[in-house]
Write a protein that binds this ligand. Structure first.
Ligand code: GMT
Length: 374
């Protein structure tokens, strides 16, 4: 197939899933055309089956905000027409699904039918999409898509709860490339961070409020009173300054390191004993899956679709949002020498269910089904 993929090219989970899916499809012979405003972060190599089309966003003094959606729709029209695409797969509803609808209408007038699949990722539904400033367009463009997928059953239900959507929504979960995300031998790195054999906790996120990084630091603060431990925080975002201040106030600076944005996150995960993700909302929790693939058990909240990934008491624990006391208890329990090996093994076993080789064929089958119906 010739597939167009539209996504945010940044570090965010939806962009990562879109890029990794495109790479996996290209590997088995599909021609994949990425249409984005910047080269996707994980697409920095050459492959005969991968193509990248940059959206030109023309600025003009009259525009306070350049009309990205129009530029994107125009680029979609041209790529579909000249590359003779079979299908457009847009990731994250805003504004990709409505831009795809516009492109579809323009192409129809020219006698070209292009099926559109929209994948809902999370905040496009649970946070931004349901805001009245976007809701009517999101509802309309989901209903106008030829196929709609959500990354968890919880997100599927949330979509029906918040929007007047009549379409069937197929659940296709996030996935992981186990060739890349696997425990690597990095003992020297572990010794440098934890010279006295302290337990190492890791958190990765975009440091937005919804990630509740404060809970990460508070759990760590409480845990450290009970066992020697260190904390690594990977990523950056609006909450980082406040979190650095919190660490100073709590006096944990010597044991906490902010690493900023890091591409090779699997290297850090390879030395972690526990991954922590106490999010307020999380449609799936790709970052937790990345940790599990590196044999790291996960301490999470039970928000959104997380419990569909993290099996409570088996691969980690999924606690109520904001329940720092229980999270601390569970962290101490998992890190105990008699428990940790079991949780690590379970985390890896569960991650294998989400290997890209299991999930890619589900997308391929869904594309074929959508093309046949359109
Ligand atoms: O987590 C974020 O803030 C980024 C966001 C995105 O769309 O880039 O992630 C969402 O999509 C990921 C991939 O499908 C999911 O694994 C994340 O759980 C989801 N985030 C939220 O729902 C908050």
């Amino acid at each position: 197939m010739k597939i167009g993929i539209v996504c945010y090219p940044t570090f965010g989970g939806s962009g990562v899933v879109a890029t990794e899916l495109g790479k996996a499809l290209a590997k088995v012979g599909h021609k994949v055309h990425f249409i984005t405003y910047r080269q996707p972060t994980r697409l920095d190599f050459f492959s005969e089956n991968l193509f990248y089309h940059e959206v030109d966003i023309k600025s003009y003094p009259l525009f306070e905000h350049a009309p990205y959606e129009l530029a994107l729709a125009s680029k979609m029209v041209n790529v579909v027409k000249y590359e003779q695409l079979d299908l457009l797969h847009v990731h994250y509803a805003i504004p990709h699904a409505s831009a795809a609808f516009m492109a579809k209408q323009i192409l129809r007038v020219q006698g070209i039918e292009i099926p559109v699949v929209t994948t809902l990722h999370g905040t496009d539904i649970t946070l931004v999409g349901k805001d009245p400033s976007y809701e009517p367009v999101v509802t309309f463009s989901i209903n106008q898509s030829d196929g709609v997928t959500a990354v968890s059953e919880d997100l599927r239900q949330a979509t029906y709860a918040h929007f007047d959507v009549q379409r069937d929504i197929r659940v296709i979960p996030n996935f992981i490339d186990l060739d890349r995300f696997k425990k690597q031998k990095k003992e020297h790195f572990k010794r440098a961070i934890c010279p006295h054999d302290e337990k190492l906790l890791v958190h990765t996120s975009n440091f937005r409020k919804v990630k509740r990084v404060e809970d990460v630091i508070r759990v760590f603060y409480e845990l450290r009173k009970r066992i020697p431990a260190k904390l690594l925080l990977v990523g950056d975002g609006p909450e980082r300054d406040r979190m650095e201040r919190l660490c100073r106030d709590l006096g944990t600076c010597d044991d906490v390191r902010f690493l900023g944005k890091l591409e090779a996150v699997e290297e850090v995960l390879s030395v972690a004993d526990l991954f922590i993700m106490p999010s307020e909302k999380e449609s799936f929790g790709l970052a937790a899956l990345e940790a599990m693939a590196c044999e790291v058990p996960v301490l999470t909240s039970n928000a959104g679709g997380i419990p569909e990934l993290n099996i409570d008491g088996v691969t980690g624990f999924a606690c109520h949002v904001g329940d720092v006391a229980t999270m601390t208890e569970k962290a101490a329990y998992m890190l105990a020498p008699e428990n940790l090996p079991r949780f690590k093994a379970n985390a890896l076993k569960r991650a294998k269910d989400f290997d890209v080789s299991n999930i890619r064929p589900i997308y391929e089958a869904y594309y074929e089904e959508t093309i046949a119906k359109a």
